[in-house]
Design a protein around this ligand. Structure first.
Ligand SMILES: [Fe+2]
Length: 392
């Protein structure tokens, strides 16, 4: 017998090809040969990666293989529609036949969008939503330098629409890259605060995928392994950025989180986090981390069995663990991580006040795509009560 929560069919798409491991970036030119013949690459890079010389080394290697390249670092953190359009126009003038994105989630999302805008220069607003991208973009190579969004393996890109104080999703199979390079060496220099916020974002992808109404055997496999890897390595990577083993596990955990969310979808934590980013500029991972223990406490009576799985993956389960004990342990551990990672538990730290709760609630209720995945129904009263937990 099936329950209402079990989808009849399930599956997911991901990147065309993945190369992972220490110093994997060195193999980029050889891997490009497997994808086709390229003449000119546009590199969309995080400014810090350019400063470290990584981009210069990559350009030299491409040149040896007969591929010229140029680099832009003009993608903003959490880019707007306008910013993506401006960067696309500049790149278009150089007539590339390949896009390489190297950086955090914002840069990777932008590279994905730019790749499709180069083959179909439409107004980005018309692509907002699911399956609105008409045709494939230029082949894209994505190289994450944070362990957070898992954007390198998802068909999603997030853009900010400032006039609506909103962050919205563009979801299309055409946003999936041809190649992903997962090189943990690139994440060694991430500062602790970014390690914490992005790591908690990755964890939230896996956790919400595990409890999502759309959870299925495929997403569960990636979600459980993501939770396992991140639970064992986040604090180590935060306290000792040079711990390459922890960094490698975090990067894999983040990619698995991206695969899990592609297969199952995130839920109320992400729905409530988006307005905090759009209206108050709270970093995405920080907003998720603040909300996760409270939303889990709200959901717990609907996800008992799943909390046992989460507790097992987090290494918190002894024999004969009850749903009640699993819920207590998981929520307590999430609270403890937030404290150890220096993530505030009061939205006032970001300029939010009690008077903002109604507007935040209205905005969160618009994120119906994700709220529909939440295992427990969420109404205005529940959403405002959750925001008020963070305004003690
Ligand atoms: Fe996220």
């Amino acid at each position: 017998m099936t329950t209402a929560k079990e989808p009849a069919l399930y599956g997911f798409r991901t990147a065309g090809s993945i190369l992972a491991g220490r110093h994997a970036l060195e193999q980029l030119p050889q891997r490009l040969h497997e994808l086709g013949r390229f003449r000119r690459a546009a590199i969309v890079a995080q400014p810090s990666i350019l400063r470290q010389g990584t981009v210069d080394r990559m350009m030299a290697k491409l040149r040896e293989e007969g591929i010229t390249s140029f680099c832009t670092t003009e993608v903003q953190q959490e880019p707007t529609v306008e910013n993506i359009r401006e960067v696309t126009d500049k790149i278009s003038a150089e007539r590339p036949d390949l896009i390489i994105g190297i950086g955090g989630g914002s840069v990777l999302d932008a590279a994905k969008l730019i790749s499709v805008l180069l083959t179909d220069p439409v107004d980005l607003h018309t692509l907002i939503g699911i399956d609105r991208v008409a045709r494939p973009g230029l082949p894209a190579v994505l190289i994450p330098t944070t362990s957070g969004t898992g954007s390198e393996v998802t068909p999603n890109a997030i853009v900010t629409v400032p006039e609506q104080e909103l962050k919205v999703g563009i979801i299309s199979r055409h946003l999936l890259p041809a190649l992903v390079i997962l090189d943990p060496v690139l994440t060694l220099s991430l500062p602790p605060q970014i390690t914490a916020a992005t790591g908690m974002d990755a964890f939230t992808h896996a956790f919400e995928s595990l409890i999502s109404n759309k959870a299925n055997p495929l997403s569960d496999m990636f979600a459980m392994e993501s939770i396992r890897l991140i639970s064992r390595n986040l604090l180590s990577a935060y306290h000792d950025g040079g711990d390459l083993e922890a960094r490698e596990s975090m990067l894999l955990g983040s990619m698995y989180g991206g695969m899990a969310l592609t297969a199952a979808g995130t839920a109320a934590v992400h729905a409530l986090a988006y307005p905090l980013g759009g209206k108050f500029g709270i970093p995405h991972g920080v907003a998720n981390s603040m909300l996760l223990p409270h939303v889990t406490a709200y959901n717990r009576d609907a996800i008992g069995g799943r909390l046992i799985l989460a507790a097992q993956a987090m290494g918190l389960a002894g024999p004969n663990l009850t749903e009640e004990e699993a819920g207590d342990r998981v929520i307590l551990t999430l609270r403890e991580w937030t404290r150890q990672l220096g993530i505030p538990q009061d939205l006032r730290a970001y300029g939010v006040s009690d008077g903002d709760v109604d507007a935040l609630t209205a905005a969160a209720l618009q994120v119906t795509r994700l709220l529909a995945n939440n295992p427990k129904a969420v109404d205005a009263e529940a959403v405002s009560a959750l925001y008020r937990k963070l305004l003690p």
